[in-house]
Each structure stands twice: as C-alpha cells, then as structure tokens.
Design a protein around this ligand. Structure first.
Ligand code: BV8
Ligand code: ZN
Length: 254
C-alpha cells in the first residue's frame, strides 16, 4: 500500500502524547453492520424520524422494538474487524488515549478497548421508562411483542440516544474535553452530520490538534482535516498501526 499519511502525519504519530478518536457507523460496516446513510443504509428502509425518536417509540413500540431487535440479532452474529483492533492498538500505544464512539454496537469493547465513551448509548442495554430499572440481558422479544418491566410493568426501551434527546452528560463532557486537550484527533467512518458529535473534529482542530479523517468518501469534516485518507478503515487503520513507533503488525493485535 502506498504511503497514506504525509511525512508530517507520520511525524505526528511519533510525537503525539495524547490522541483521540471519534468513530461512526463506517468502522463497523466491514463487520457487516449496515451504516445509516450508505447505499444499503438503515435509513434507506426506515426513516430516522419514524424510528429513532421517543414519540415514534411511544406511538409504535412494536415497530421500534422490531427495528432494534433486528439490529441486536445482526450485531450478535458479527465480530470486530481489523479497524476495531487497530484502535485497540492505538489505546495501547499512545500515552493518553480517548475513544469516542457514536456507535451503539459495542464492537469497540469486544475488540478490547477498555475506555469507550459511548455518546449514543448501547444497544445491549435497556431500561424501564417508568422506574428506570436497567436490563442488561434483555432477550430479543418475539415479533410484535414488547418488553415490560418486571418490577413496575412499565415499558422498556433501548438505552440509546434518540433524535431530539440529550446525550448522556458525562459522556458528552468527556468527549468535549478529549477533543479540546488532544494533540492528534482521528475522525473515522462518520458522515459528520449528526450533532453534537459531528462538532468534535472541529473543536479538536480549533484547539490545535492535528486532524486526520479516514472515510471511503469526502465529508464536511474533509474541509477542515489536515489529512483525509480515502479508503476502508479496516485497511487504512492497520497501515497506520504498522507506522506507529511500536510498529506492531496486525497479526499481533487481532
Ligand atoms: C441532541 C443512536 C439536544 C440511535 C443516533 C445542532 C445541535 C444539536 C442538535 C441538533 C443540531 N441540529 C440538529 C440537531 C438534532 C439532531 C441532529 O443532529 N440531526 C441531524 C440529522 C441534523 N441531533 C440530535 O437530536 C441529538 N440530540 O443534540 O439533543 C437537542 C435536542 C433537541 C433539539 C436540539 C438539540 C441526538 C443525536 C443522536 C441520534 N442517535 N444513534 C441508533 O443508533 O439507533 S444517530 C446515528 O446516526 C449514529 O449514532 C450516528 O451519530 C449518526 C450517523 O452517523 P454515522 O455514524 O456517521 O453513520 P452514517 O451512515 O451517517 O455515515 C457512515 C460513514 O462511514 C459515511 O461517511 C461512509 O462514507 C463511511 N464509511 C462506510 N464504510 C466505511 C466508511 N468509512 C471508512 N471505512 C469504511 N469501510
Ligand atoms: Zn419499571
């Protein structure tokens, strides 16, 4: 593979003490998780306003649970890909490292990353909308069936952030802090559309970080990135790992 990063980019890999990464659905696409806006994206079949918002859930919990159960089942059958394992190698390499994800699939933790800032929640967690009881091992309910709380009978929902809902305060402030303090920020596999997550690369850049984007196409982030590496994260990230001073190759880390 030809050199992907510029000399300055390679130099940054060596000199950086504090790196931060923002991932979106693109990093999981090579594991088989459909993205939201890609050609066979989730939003093609469904509309976010119909599914990923609280009113949609209250008016049609069966449909929304059908959608999340479909995604939960799909995610339960897949594995992290080399892109996820490369980010685990980032965490091992950099003195200070923050991983911020918009994804709810839990694949970063499965790949071994210890600290994952989940901006939009986690599909493997649910909670009762009345008493707040958390359910970690909720079974996939039969089509048309919806789960109710065994403590109070309230409706159970996926523990994910829907459009129009606030992001978890702790996760959001950790993400903003990481973007403000890091020396090197990677934006990986995200279309850079959904706020406030999409503002993190610009915040990092404004605070002096070197901004590297990895995506199969240009996005609004490309306009401010120091380097936009066009290609699959499952190929580009292992290349970057092999150019870290610790220079592991992928066999050692998958
Ligand atoms: C909120 C969880 C306060 C659920 C999701 C300005 C400020 C604040 C809010 C807003 C604002 N303007 C508008 C809003 C409202 C809204 C918003 O941003 N709307 C957008 C559509 C304009 N934001 C919110 O509602 C947020 N809440 O801010 O609360 C508030 C409240 C009310 C009013 C104002 C403020 C909550 C947003 C969270 C929504 N939840 N997910 C679930 O998953 O079911 S969003 C979901 O979509 C993802 O989590 C992710 O964040 C987002 C999609 O993005 P991506 O991950 O980027 O995926 P996408 O498919 O778009 O792109 C994939 C990319 O990968 C592509 O670029 C592709 O080229 C690339 N790719 C594909 N394959 C590969 C690859 N790259 C590399 N390698 C590959 N192999
Ligand atoms: Zn309850």
């Amino acid at each position: 593979m030809t050199a992907l990063l510029s000399k300055k980019g390679i130099q940054k890999l060596t000199s950086t003490k504090h790196a931060a990464v923002l991932t979106g659905a693109g990093i999981s696409s090579e594991s088989g998780v459909p993205t939201f806006r890609g050609k066979n994206g989730l939003w093609k079949k469904f509309k976010p306003e119909e599914l990923a918002n609280f009113n949609a859930f209250i008016s049609n919990p069966e449909l929304v649970w059908e959608w999340y159960n479909y995604r939960k089942k799909l995610i339960s059958e897949i594995r992290p890909n080399p892109g996820h394992f490369a980010i685990k190698a980032f965490e091992d390499h950099f003195e200070k490292f923050n991983l911020i994800t918009q994804n709810i699939d839990g694949l970063h933790k499965l790949a071994g990353n210890k600290n994952v800032i989940e901006l939009h929640g986690n599909i493997h967690r649910s909670y009762c909308i009345d008493c707040g009881k958390v359910y970690l091992k909720l079974k996939i309910s039969k089509k048309g069936k919806i789960p109710y709380c065994d403590d109070c009978g309230g409706l159970i929902r996926p523990d994910v952030v829907w459009f129009g809902e606030m992001l978890p305060q702790k996760a959001l402030s950790e993400a903003f802090r990481a973007a403000e303090e890091c020396d090197l920020f990677f934006s990986i596999g995200t279309s850079g559309i959904v706020q406030p997550a999409a503002s993190l690369p610009a915040i990092a850049k404004r605070h002096g970080a070197y901004l590297i984007e990895v995506n199969i196409e240009y996005t609004p982030i490309s306009a401010i990135a120091d380097e936009s590496l066009l290609g699959k994260s499952g190929e580009i990230l292992p290349w970057i790992v092999s150019h870290l001073p610790s220079g592991k190759n992928m066999q050692e880390i998958t």
